[in-house]
Ligand binder design. Structure first.
Ligand code: DC
Length: 218
């Protein structure tokens, strides 16, 4: 059984997915981590992120690998190094939509995701899981929240890492990332027709997970 969870930045997908995975005893994979791993590598190796051709020529060198830890965290390796600790830096968050828009990057990442997902039942979380990666998933959810709620969550995440940014600036960043994810030509962020839509702006984590779990028959 596969469960697809899609939604925009800071919609709570990551936290909800982990909690749902715990509740159901099904492993979860955060696919955004893979795009972040590729982006981090490109930034750290001084690639011009707008030079698609050069990036595609060097993709294989990155040797992206995804491993699942027991706590439902995905560990991301590039060139044999565990880079998970750096993939959520704000510079990666701001650059990743550019990289995730390249069809060649998406094919490469989807191959790595496929290797993990082939190992059994999974909850996959991302932007195009219900529409592209797992179009036949038994359960699909589209999780979102208002821009302000999402920006507040993002601001709190950044503050926890010592990055202080005003709410207005975070709202602007979230809006820009939404536009990039929604408007790209390949696999844009969309709600699958058969996905269950959940706006969790006014819901607690537990209420959101309860709502989702009610749909799922194990
Ligand atoms: O969920 P996140 O913020 O960690 O995702 C990072 C980026 O990767 C975001 O710009 C969207 C992109 N992404 C994607 O295009 N497709 C996915 N399945 C998952 C993430």
């Amino acid at each position: 059984m596969n469960i697809a969870i899609d939604g925009p930045v800071a919609s709570g997908k990551g936290t909800v997915t982990k909690a749902l995975a715990e509740r159901l005893g099904i492993p979860a994979l955060d696919t955004g981590a893979a795009y972040r791993g590729v982006t981090l590598y490109l930034l750290e190796h001084n690639f011009d992120l707008h030079d698609e051709k050069c990036i595609l020529m060097n993709l294989k060198k990155i040797d992206l690998r995804l491993y699942l830890a027991d706590n439902h965290e995905v560990r991301v390796f590039t060139q044999g190094q565990d880079v998970t600790g750096r993939i959520r830096d704000n510079r990666v968050s701001l650059a990743v939509p550019v990289v995730a828009a390249y069809a060649g990057v998406r094919d490469y990442v989807n191959q790595q995701i496929g290797l993990v997902a082939a190992q059994g039942d999974f909850i996959l979380e991302g932007r195009d899981i219900g529409t592209v990666v797992l179009p036949n998933a038994e359960y699909k959810f589209f999780l979102t929240a208002s821009l302000e709620v999402r920006a507040k969550r993002r601001q709190a995440d950044l503050a926890a890492k010592g990055e202080k940014i005003s709410l207005l600036a975070v709202m602007q960043q979230v809006k820009e990332r939404d536009e990039q994810d929604l408007n790209r030509a390949v696999a844009p962020l969309r709600q699958a027709e058969d996905a269950i839509y959940i706006d969790n702006s006014a819901l607690t984590l537990e209420q959101t997970v309860d709502m989702m779990a009610k749909y799922i028959k194990l």
